[in-house]
Write a new protein. Structure first.
Length: 214
């Protein structure tokens, strides 16, 4: 199916960054066979991707989360900060939810499991080039399991603090409301953030909202 719904110029130039050479070749061949796509960068290292990016513009990047020389999340962070026109599809073989959750928090446009059929990658490409977000069923199952475990792992006190933090209270204000010290609030907040994979108040708020605690 042609990528006629894409708002980007044709052909859409693609970067494939995958540490396993055979998988990299297969992904590049598959994407090259799609109407409206051309593979401009193909590499199994993050640093070589950045070198190639200096002389090659791309509109779509297919990134492995785990690379030998750096995390694919580092590349994602750079692209979303400095190359915002680039749509990013993360591919992963991990069965851990936290890196997938972090990828979404960092702005990944799609996540596709390496265990998924290639048709899911095709769906991801069409979806993100049309401006949407896509998480394939395999990756979605891992994320759901992660969220369930993360929520269950929070103590009642940590949950209280997460809710109050999401409501905009400072550590001091939370401490006053709960009758505990500001330092204790800070310690609980640090622990709960690790459990749910949060980096800041916005992440905590998103988690609280997703769990419908408020």
């Amino acid at each position: 199916m042609p990528l006629s719904t894409s708002p980007l110029p044709h052909p859409v130039r693609v970067a494939v960054v995958e540490d396993q050479t055979i998988v990299c070749e297969l992904l590049a061949d598959f994407l090259s066979s799609e109407v409206g796509l051309t593979v401009a960068i193909k590499t199994n290292r993050g640093r070589s991707f950045f070198d190639a990016l200096k002389t090659n513009r791309v509109e779509l990047a297919v990134l492995d989360i785990a690379l030998p020389d750096m995390s694919g999340l580092e590349i994602l962070t750079y692209l979303k900060k400095n190359e915002r026109r680039v749509k990013v599809i993360m591919v992963s073989a991990t069965d851990r939810g936290q890196p997938l959750r972090e990828a979404l928090q960092l702005g990944a446009d799609a996540i596709v499991s390496k265990a998924a059929p290639l048709e899911h990658l095709r769906t991801a490409v069409h979806t993100v080039l049309a401006g949407g977000i896509y998480v394939d069923p395999e990756a979605g199952a891992v994320l759901s399991q992660h969220e369930e475990h993360a929520s269950a792992a929070l103590t009642s006190r940590e949950r209280e603090i997460a809710i109050l933090d999401a409501k905009g209270l400072s550590s001091k204000g939370i401490g006053q409301q709960l009758g505990i010290s500001e330092k204790t609030v800070t310690n609980h907040r640090t622990t709960l953030m690790k459990k749910i994979g949060a980096h800041n108040t916005a992440d905590i708020t998103r988690h609280v909202t997703d769990e419908r605690w408020i």
